[in-house]
Design a protein around this ligand. Sequence first.
Ligand code: PFF
Length: 455
Amino acid sequence: MAGPSQHAHWSSRWTFLLAAVGSAVGLGNIWKFPYEAGEGGGGAFVLIYLAFVFIVGLPVLIAELSMGRRGQLSPIGSMAKIAKEEGRSKLWGLVGWSGVVGGFIVISFYSVVGGWVLAYLLKAPMGFAGYDAALSTQTFGAFITDPVNPIVAHFGFLLITVLIVARGVQGGLEKAVTFLMPALFVLLIGLMLYSAITADFAAALNFLFNPDWGKLNVNTVLQALGLAFFSLSLALGSIMTYGSYLTKDMNIPRSAVTIAAADSGVALLAGLAIFPIVFAYGLNPGQSVGLVFTTLPIAFGQMPGGAIIGTLFFFLLTVAAVTSAISLLEPAVSYVEERTGIDRKKVSVYIAIAAFALGTLSAWGQPGNILGTVKVFGLDFMSLKDYITNNIMMPLGGMFIALFVGWFVSRKNMMDELAMEDGTFKLWYFLVRFVCPVAIGAVFVSIIYNTIIAS
Ligand code: PFF
């Protein structure tokens, strides 16, 4: 988040809420959710994702915000400090470490996709006239296989992010999220309606909500679990850092429900805008990372005023991605600042340069690009970083946060921190103590079991 220095606080409950929604709503909802739902076979994946958001993600979100607020430090500092206060091992600080490292890995590929959005923003004013399935697929393919443009776009995206962080525009962030997030929401509703009228809405509804449980396997379940964490910005320290700028009088549980509802609402709207086009034009729902870039331009090419609406869409998507990227930089920035006292502006620039360097692997690692043939464990660089963070670090990080808060922090301290009504507290405590660790643990055990059986 741009602005607050170490012990600064949000200027109001509203600012915090908007910044947290700004962190949660981003490429995870509009780019990642649709393509992973497409790859995961639709309805069953979507329903299990939503269940994970509310049954596992939401309790962890509350836990993270409360740890951040209590610790008042970076995620590493807060976890270590609270562990000490509770008479627990210093090793709990490792959960914060995993978040900071994971956040750095994510920003390195997140900003590559942010660059793709930026490139489409520059393309959009010319309109997408004549775009059909073939042309939109070919245009996207030509862009991501180009050795130069994706790197320039990646750089541009990080530059915008760092400029905002470095200028300390708390006000800028506030304005961006106050006006532009709701605008994105309204535009998505409009796009969904347009898709509903002009494309195959019935097929989309059927695909997204009619579960074919046979399409689920442990890997897709893990994917959905990770996506729930990813889209809520959990377990990477972002939300914990935002929590550290909270004052005592803010109601964490109520804010968390708003964040989770806004987050999943945007994901569903994006799905409902995209999939009618997929089915009407015979595109492949499982085409992976290009889905949003190959579908919506077809609609922009046909609708009246499509050049303007398309430009507005990619502009708002850039804003949504930048407000998330800011929150991804924040944990590492706050940690380095806390430890070294170096000015946060400088720290953000250094971290962004490192993220740029690591990100070039993901940009060039696309099929057909310079590193397109390099595979690690069968995955290209973007998928590899995504797998490590989304499918391993985030679920495990979430599990340890739930265990810490549920079993290693005293119940009384949690009750004081959260100030919830008795019944709601009991429900949350049950979820965080039992349901979250067991659900996450069960998914991992099944994966390990399957891998051993399969080998
Ligand atoms: N939640 C963001 C999105 O959905 O685009 C991405 C993200 C931000 C993930 C911050 C994790 C994080 F810590």
